[in-house]
Ligand binder design. Structure first.
Ligand SMILES: *[C@@H]1O[C@H](CO)[C@@H](O)[C@H](O)[C@H]1NC(C)=O
Ligand SMILES: *[C@@H]1O[C@H](CO)[C@@H](O)[C@H](O)[C@H]1NC(C)=O
Ligand SMILES: *[C@@H]1O[C@H](CO)[C@@H](O)[C@H](O)[C@H]1NC(C)=O
Ligand SMILES: *[C@@H]1O[C@H](CO)[C@@H](O)[C@H](O)[C@H]1NC(C)=O
Ligand SMILES: *[C@@H]1O[C@H](CO)[C@@H](O)[C@H](O)[C@H]1NC(C)=O
Ligand SMILES: *[C@@H]1O[C@H](CO)[C@@H](O)[C@H](O)[C@H]1NC(C)=O
Length: 399
């Protein structure tokens, strides 16, 4: 490959390629209507009526009606449009004094190309994909010439798969040469402009996300999850170039990810939270270039570790058996555990208060009766002890 430049065959191939480029460019412009005239927005555009006899006055129309813009007629049959705006585009026709059509000219207005926003991504050692957008909207038919050079060597073609998509791909088979210059040249009827982008293959290396992430429970292992995935489609597995993977997992609802690193395409999570749903995701990085970029994360996959069906059933019955100890007068919900505590506390508290009140009333009644009896005793000394006991009994009855 390094001998390509010195090889005449290589030169001929490149020569043919550049001929093709030139050919394509002329084809694109000739496909446009033959009498289209392009002008720069904001500048002045001069239209010349080709069929006019020298010196005879002509009449101009735009889209079929008389021209209404500020303009200048000249006696030589030309129309000059000043400070052009997009509303001045359209079909212009010139007519002689009898109204006979002499010529039509289509005017399209826009801007000459500016620089482009170019970004290149390197999903593997063998592919560089560049895409671009205009910084200046030109309003004009545009094409792009896309080339690149490696380590100052001869410019080669960056392949555009479609003229409608602003994207080109370098199929690179010299991945040991890390410095690339990508030249995207925008060409339109008003001019051309080249944007040169430097690509450091190693720093820009960013694989696509791992594909087909699946998570399996492991029978008999309530804290394990087996995670499997595939290499990204664009990664040349056959070339034997290694990727390293980072796997992250967390129980649903937790903010903290736990992580595992591996060069394999599977990994076993050993410390999953028993009985919980987990979120799992995987990303990839070139294993040889440690300053290359991590891929995007794969889709998040949701999975729960294995749980013993018998054990689950037992736990449920035990929870139910906890509650019948309380009499049915206490409002206890068997389904939710946390709201039970305040409810049963309220129940015992109520019982205590009732008992306390009852005791207080008893004390009050007994002391009142005692006081009354004492008073009576002092007033009537002849009252018998027998009568007293019966009175105490009678007073306490209503309570
Ligand atoms: C201008 O002319 C072209 C063909 O010459 C035609 O397709 C187009 O519709 C015309 N536009 C207007 C606004 O008349
Ligand atoms: C074009 O516009 C500029 C300012 O926008 C003005 O000064 C100038 O007179 C205009 N020219 C004509 C011919 O209308
Ligand atoms: C003439 O037609 C073009 C489209 O072909 C349009 O952009 C322009 O505004 C039209 N102008 C007038 C004055 O109708
Ligand atoms: C390319 O575009 C930039 C603005 O984006 C401009 O300053 C420069 O003059 C243009 N070069 C050419 C050759 O038109
Ligand atoms: C970029 O490509 C264009 C078109 O092929 C060419 O004219 C220009 O010289 C190139 N620029 C550089 C810096 O290689
Ligand atoms: C990257 O790898 C080089 C050697 O391969 C090592 O010296 C360097 O410390 C590594 N850097 C990081 C951030 O791991």
């Amino acid at each position: 490959m390094p001998g390509l430049v010195s090889c005449p065959g290589g030169l001929i191939v490149i020569g043919i390629l550049s001929l093709c480029v030139v050919h394509i460019s002329s084809e694109i412009w000739s496909n446009e209507v033959s009498d289209v005239q392009y002008g720069s927005l904001g500048s002045s555009v001069t239209l010349t009526c080709g069929g006019a006899q020298h010196g005879s006055p002509v009449h101009w129309r735009q889209n079929g009606s008389s021209v209404r813009f500020r303009h200048t007629h000249t006696s030589n049959g030309t129309l000059i449009l000043h400070n052009t705006t997009r509303s001045m585009e359209g079909n212009y026709s010139c007519h002689n004094q009898r109204g006979v059509l002499l010529q039509t000219i289509r005017i399209r207005l826009g801007h000459s190309p500016g620089y482009l926003n170019v970004s290149c991504r390197v999903p593997s050692h063998f592919i560089i994909q560049c895409s671009w957008t205009q910084r200046v909207t030109t309003h004009l038919p545009t094409k792009y010439i896309t080339t690149y050079s490696v380590n100052d060597e001869w410019a080669q073609h960056c392949e555009q798969s479609s003229m409608d998509v602003n994207e080109c791909t370098i199929h690179n088979h010299e991945f040991w040469k890390p410095k690339y210059l990508v030249n995207i040249t925008e060409v339109n009827p008003l001019g051309s402009n080249s944007t040169i982008t430097y690509v450091d293959l190693q720093k820009s290396m960013k694989p696509h996300a791992p594909k087909a992430v699946t998570v399996l429970e492991v029978t008999g292992e309530p804290t394990r999850l087996l995670v499997q995935w595939n290499f990204p489609e664009s990664w040349p597995v056959m070339a034997g170039l290694p990727l390293k993977f980072e796997l992250q997992y967390r129980p649903v609802g937790s903010n903290l990810w736990s992580k595992l690193e591996t060069e394999d395409t599977s990994a076993m999570i050993m410390d999953a939270l028993e009985g919980h749903l987990h979120h799992i995701r995987v990303r990839a990085q070139d294993a040889l270039i440690n300053y290359s970029q991590w891929s995007e994360w794969s889709q998040v996959v949701q999975a729960q570790p294995w749980s013993d069906p018998l054990l689950t059933a037992k736990v449920t019955t035990e929870q139910l058996l906890d509650f019948p100890i309380f009499p049915s007068t206490f409002p206890v919900k068997a389904t939710e555990k946390s709201p039970d505590l305040p409810l049963s506390e309220n129940g015992s508290l109520g019982l205590l208060i009732t008992l306390g009140l009852f005791a207080a009333v008893m004390v009050a009644v007994v002391s009142t009766v005692t006081v009354l009896l004492w008073i009576r005793n002092r007033r009537r000394d002849n009252v018998t002890k027998q009568e007293l006991t019966s009175m105490v009994k009678m007073k306490s009855l209503p309570v």
